[in-house]
Design a protein around this ligand. Sequence first.
Ligand SMILES: Nc1ncnc2c1ncn2[C@@H]1O[C@H](COP(=O)(O)OP(=O)(O)O)[C@@H](O)[C@H]1O
Ligand SMILES: CC(=O)OP(=O)(O)O
Ligand SMILES: [Mg+2]
Length: 421
Amino acid sequence: MAQIILSINAGSSSVKVSVYKANGKSEDPTQLAEAQVEGLTAPPAKLKYERGDEKVKGKELDGIKTQEDAFRFILDQLTKDEGLPELNHIEDIKFTCHRVVHGGDYPRSQIIDEDTYHHIETLSDLAPLHNAPALTIVHAVTSLLPNATNIAYFDSSFHSTIPPHIHTYPIDQVIAKRNQLRKYGFHGISYTFIVHAVSAYLSKPTSTLNIIALHLGSGASACVIKGGKSLDTSMGLTPLAGLPGATRSGSIDPSLIFHFTHDAGMPSRSSSKHMHITTAEEILNKNSGWKSLTGTTDFGLISASDKPECQLAFFILVDRILNYVGSYYLKLGGEVDALVFAGGIGERGARLRSEVVGRARCLGFELDEGRNEEPGDGVVTDVGREGARHRTLICRTDEQLEMARGVTEESERFEGGEIAG
Ligand SMILES: Nc1ncnc2c1ncn2[C@@H]1O[C@H](COP(=O)(O)OP(=O)(O)O)[C@@H](O)[C@H]1O
Ligand SMILES: CC(=O)OP(=O)(O)O
Ligand SMILES: [Mg+2]
C-alpha cells in the first residue's frame, strides 16, 4: 500500500497543500498533486491546482476567507479528483505535515499531541497571522483524517544556531529570560530547502555554504547563512520585525505606535480566548505594509504600476532589502557564495531583483538582465552576469517538499514507524 503524505503550508495570505507518495527513506517523495489557495488578504481568493498535465490557475473562489476554509476546500478538491485515485481512500494518508511559524524553543519537528498543540497555542500571541490559523487546520485534520499522524515543522527551528549576541535584545535580562523575549526568526523551512538546493547546485557541501538569502513573499525576511547555518535573520521575536510585507510594517521605531494611536495597548478586535493581541499589534501586522501604502497586497501589481504610491512602496522594499544585504555581506566578511532570491516576489519579481542587484554592484553582484527577465523554471537558476565576483541565484523554494522530506528521513521518530516505499 502506498504511503501518502499531505504537506500543508499555511502562510499569511495563502494555503498550499502538496500530496506526495513516499519512496522509502533515502529517496525524495514523489509529488502527485499540488493545490494552492492564494489571495486570502486580497479577496476573492484564487485556486491554483496541478496534477500531472492537469492545470487550473486563477479560478476565483467564493466565500473562502480563512486558512481553514482554504484547507477544507483543497481537501475536498483533492479527494474528489478522479485523476488522483491515491486519495480515494483517505485512510491511506499516513502523515500530515503542518508548517507552524512560531515553535518557540523547539529545535526540530514534533508530533502534534495534546501537549504540543497547547504549546503552539500559547505561542499564537507571538505569530498572530500564523499559529492560530495553522492550528485550525490541525484541528480540521484530526476530525477529517483520523488515521493521519500530524507533525509540526517549525519556521523558527532553523534559526536555533543564531548566537546569543545576535539573538539577545538589549533589555532587562531577568524579564527577557522569564518571558523568553529574544530573536527567533522565521521562514526556516524555506531556508532549509534553499541551503540544500543551492549547495547541490553549486556542488558545495552545506557545511561550507555561505549565502545571503531573501525569502520575499507576503511576509518577507532576509537570512545570512554561514556554513549552512543561520547566523542572523531579519525577523525577530515575531514575524513583524525586519522587512515590510503585504500587511506588515516591518521594523519601525517602537515609539511610533504610541504617537499613531492612544489605544495602542488596548486588546484588539482580533483577540480571542486563545490569542491576545493589542491594537498596536493588530495595526502593525494586519493594516500596514503594502496594503496601507497602496490599497493592494499584490506586489506583482505594485511592481508593474507607475502610480506614485506604488513606486514608493516598491522602493521602500528595495531600500530595506539593501540594509540587510549590506550588513550580512559584512557578517560574512565578503566570503559569499551567492545572493539568493526566493518566495513569490523573489522568484517572480524581475524588476525588484534588477533594482536590488543594481545597487549591490559595489559588493560584486551583477545581473544578466536577459536571464533575469526569463529565468526558466529550474529549482535553482543563475541570473548573475558571467564573470561577476559573486553569484546571484533564484531558488524556487518548496516548503511542502522540505517537510515531506523530513517525514521520510525521520519516519521512525514518528508514530507509525518506518516509512515504506
Ligand atoms: N510577477 C510578480 N512580481 C512580483 N511579485 C509577485 C509577482 N507575482 C506574485 N507576486 C507576489 O508574491 C507574493 C506571494 O508570495 P508567496 O511566497 O507565494 O506568499 P506567501 O507568503 O503567502 O507564501 C504576493 O505579494 C504576490 O503579489
Ligand atoms: C513567517 C511568515 O511571515 O510567513 P509568510 O510569509 O508565509 O506569511
Ligand atoms: Mg510563504
